[in-house]
Design a protein around this ligand. Structure first.
Ligand code: GDP
Length: 588
């Protein structure tokens, strides 16, 4: 049989799938129906559902393939032309909390910008530029964790160099390791700034040894990582650090094309009254000018105003330049790629296409494989455990989420990650969690007092941990609580009814002979009449020769008081089969 490959971009309609398979629509709808899905011709099926249906149809010659629709990433690793020109390096400063990232950036800003200007910056800026040896260096603000998230998401190399700040009196700490991992995953060059060398207790060699253990071999020891001892606070050796950044940039030959339509990444966006959307962009290629049309994700606009990072009007922005613009019709998302469009019509069309691609990629499939499996009774009664995960850095959020996903829930619980984020637990997290039985997990983050009050009021559980295993244990425990308890029954014995002394409503007093096993108060009994099950009863007391006793064993006769849930007409000759029932909490 001829092999056939069908590409699915996110989801496929019933009509499209039938066409691709060479089946009639009714035939396909029929198969879906047999599998519990009532579908219409325009219904969208996700990739997994389509695979299952093809399997059901026994079409072994058909192969499904996921088609990548993401138009966002396609141009990012663009091949450079031979006309590409050098561009400033884009640098992110990362490191463990309190090791001096902010101080380093502050000192650099004061040192390298005209006095007064830096002091005048009050707005939050997401990137800025410094001049050193007459060359420009672009810094991404706030350790770049968010920028790294975007890089991961978009496969783009936004950051060229990561400066990892390590305090010489504290050495390598968890977030230092995170930073190293981030830099590696983003393919960025690493430069280490060994900070606080002015401090008593600073030990440069030990810090280097620590770093070597993490796979960063100092150049001085024959390795390939530049490590610069500095004091951010006392402005020591910062020129050397900047020299090293430029040197690394030279070795990397960082270039970009400028005679192409402008493109880059959205690094921050917010609404401002009177201005509309205010968006920070980092240009990565081409030259961005005011009055041009641009598209980012599903929104577009004409650049009304463009300012440099210090708030001064800028007519033209070249690669590696951060700018703040107004003019987008809606707020683009952080991490969206933007591109210049030749006119309004093109811009609108591109935005629309992006919106469609995004919709296709995410939730547009209205039948998911989980629905299907559930309908096919493969997944039965699954329960959902909703969580929100907040962490101090993206790396910790990722590892918490990854580890949560690894908990084996025996197919009975679906883990639903409602949202994740970096930073302290905030109002929004509580809003999202409220009403949906969601647990908020915080890893190495804190809960501001007003937030914990709000959570208590809304009954939202917040759990913060510093050790990942403890967090996972808690999650496991929560999931165990969701599992249906296991019911364990144990047969105990059988009695033949020899006399019925009283039956009223739900109370029965009867006598009989224990044939096998024993009977004790609190045992349960199944009442059997002529092999027919009549109902269940609870033994409330047992008597031997009219005196309450703890048990009757096989061969003995005695009386029983029984409690049933409904009236049962017990008769002589009926059998009582005794058993115990325990509900046992299940574990994962
Ligand atoms: P961040 O959390 O990494 O941004 O760290 P900060 O820049 O806020 O610095 C944490 C503390 O370390 C502050 O009290 C700084 O004044 C201090 N600090 C930062 N750099 C130095 C340094 O080079 N020498 C000394 N002695 N203290 C520093």
């Amino acid at each position: 049989m001829e092999e056939k490959t069908i590409q699915i971009a996110g989801s496929i309609t019933v009509d499209e799938l039938a066409n691709a398979l060479g089946l009639s629509v009714t035939e396909l709808i029929g198969t879906l129906f047999k599998n519990g899905i009532v579908a219409t011709i325009n219904q969208r099926l996700d990739f997994e559902t389509a695979s299952i249906i093809i399997d059901e149809l026994g079409l072994k010659n058909v192969k499904l393939e996921k088609k990548n629709t993401s138009t966002k990433t396609s141009n990012f690793h663009r091949e450079l032309s031979d006309k590409a020109v050098l561009r400033p390096p884009v640098v992110a400063v990362m490191g463990h909390v309190d090791h001096g990232k902010t101080t380093l950036l502050d000192t650099l800003l004061h040192k390298k910008t005209v006095e007064g200007e830096a002091g005048g910056i009050t707005q939050h800026i997401s990137a800025y530029q410094l001049k050193h040896s007459d060359r420009i260096i672009t810094f991404l603000d706030t350790p770049g964790h968010e920028a790294f998230a975007a890089i991961r998401q978009h496969g783009a190399m936004l950051t060229d160099i990561v400066v990892i700040v390590v305090a010489a009196d504290d050495g390598v700490k968890p977030q230092t390791i995170e930073a190293i991992n981030f830099a590696k995953s983003a393919n960025a060059k690493i430069i280490v700034a060994i900070n606080k060398i002015d401090r008593e207790g600073a030990d440069i060699n030990r810090t280097m040894a620590d770093l070597a253990q993490q796979g960063l071999q100092p150049e001085e020891w024959g390795g390939d990582i530049v490590m610069v001892p500095i004091s951010a606070k006392q402005n020591q050796n910062l020129d050397k650090l900047l020299d090293m950044i430029l040197l690394t940039a030279d070795i990397e030959e960082l270039k970009a094309d400028i005679d192409i339509p402008a493109e880059g990444l959205v690094i921050e966006s917010h609404m401002e009254t009177g201005k509309g959307s205010v968006v920070n962009l980092l240009v990565t290629g081409g030259e961005l000018k005011t009055s041009e049309f641009i598209v980012a994700g599903s929104t577009y606009g004409k650049i009304r105003t463009m300012l440099d990072w210090q708030g001064k009007p800028k007519g033209k922005a070249t690669p590696s330049t951060p700018v703040t613009i107004t003019g987008f019709k809606d707020l683009p998302n952080f991490g969206d790629r933007f591109t210049e469009a030749k006119d309004e019509k093109t811009a609108r069309k591109m935005a629309l296409l992006n919106a469609q691609a995004a919709a296709d990629e995410s939730a547009s499939a209205n039948v998911t494989s989980t629905d299907l499996l559930r309908m096919m009774n493969v997944v039965d009664n699954t329960k959902t455990f909703n969580v929100i995960v907040k962490g101090d850095v993206l790396g910790s959020v990722t590892s918490v989420v990854d580890s949560l996903k690894l908990i084996d829930t025996k197919g009975e619980i679906t883990l639903n990650i409602v949202s994740t984020g970096v930073g302290d637990i905030n109002e929004n997290d509580v809003y999202m969690a409220a009403g949906e039985n969601t647990v908020i997990y915080g890893f190495n983050v804190s809960v501001p007092i007003n937030i914990s009050k709000m959570a208590a009021r809304d009954n939202v559980p917040i759990r913060t941990y510093k050790v990942i295993y403890e967090l996972l244990d808690d999650a496991k425990h929560e999931m165990e609580n969701l599992l249906d308890a296991e019911i364990v029954e144990e047969d105990k014995g059988e009695l033949k009814v020899l006399g019925v002394f009283r039956t009223e409503k739900t109370n029965i007093i009867a006598g009989g002979e224990v044939l096998t096993g024993d009977v004790k108060p609190e045992y349960l009994a199944r009442i059997i009449h002529d092999k027919k099950y009549l109902g269940e009863a609870e033994v409330t007391s047992v008597q031997k020769e009219k005196i309450d006793t703890k048990e009757l064993v096989a061969g003995e006769t005695g009386g029983l008081a029984l409690k049933t849930t409904s009236k049962i007409d017990l008769q002589v000759g009926d059998r009582l089969k005794f058993f115990t029932r325990e509900t046992k909490k299940r574990t994962l």
